[in-house]
Design a protein around this ligand. Structure first.
Ligand SMILES: Nc1nc2c([nH]c(=O)n2[C@H]2C[C@H](O)[C@@H](COP(=O)(O)OP(=O)(O)OP(=O)(O)O)O2)c(=O)[nH]1
Length: 149
């Protein structure tokens, strides 16, 4: 008797990957306040956007941060983890280093803030971003590292 074995179903890739940047400036992390859509407006997030077909996450990050903030960044390492957003969307985060420009809220955001570790809770992060931000905070200097806010 032959037994048919079936390959396990391929794990489904999320429909949409949102790539965001944990952009650091010394001991601070950049937070961006969304201006749209209305259900997200006023809440804070890590800047970024949707990965386009055929695009690498690093290239998407460079493109998105140029469009949204007017800066050039160098992507670093991926922050371990993946966070569900709305159905069919997941958030993945890369560290990023500012190469040139001063971030400005050109698109999708109406305010930007550099936050030190002790200031991270001072903005109203999107709920779905909170665990990602907690991970991103691990790249900030420890509170007793001697850095002053
Ligand atoms: N960029 C970004 N988007 C997030 C985060 N958290 C979160 O729920 N989102 C949602 C908001 C949007 O529904 C979606 C990303 O869309 P987006 O508007 O930033 O991306 P995009 O620039 O590629 O979009 P588009 O304007 O070209 O349509 O994910 C986050 O930390 N960063």
């Amino acid at each position: 008797m032959t037994e048919r074995t079936t390959e396990p179903a391929a794990p489904h890739e999320p429909v949409v990957v949102v790539v965001a940047g944990a952009l650091y400036d010394g001991g601070r992390l950049l937070a961006a306040r969304r201006s749209a859509p209305v259900e997200l407006a006023g809440r804070w997030e890590l800047p970024g956007g949707k990965l386009e077909p055929g695009e690498s996450p690093e290239a998407a990050l460079v493109r998105e941060l140029r469009e949204e903030l007017g800066v050039d960044v160098e992507p670093g390492e991926r922050i371990p983890g993946e966070w569900p957003l709305k159905p069919g969307y997941v958030l993945r985060v890369w560290t990023a280093r500012l190469l040139s420009g001063e971030p400005r809220p050109l698109e999708d955001h109406d305010e930007l803030r550099w936050l030190s570790r002790s200031e991270l809770d001072s903005v109203d992060w999107l709920d779905q971003d909170r665990p990602a931000v907690a991970e991103a905070a691990r790249w900030l200097p420890a509170p007793d590292a001697g850095a002053r806010d």
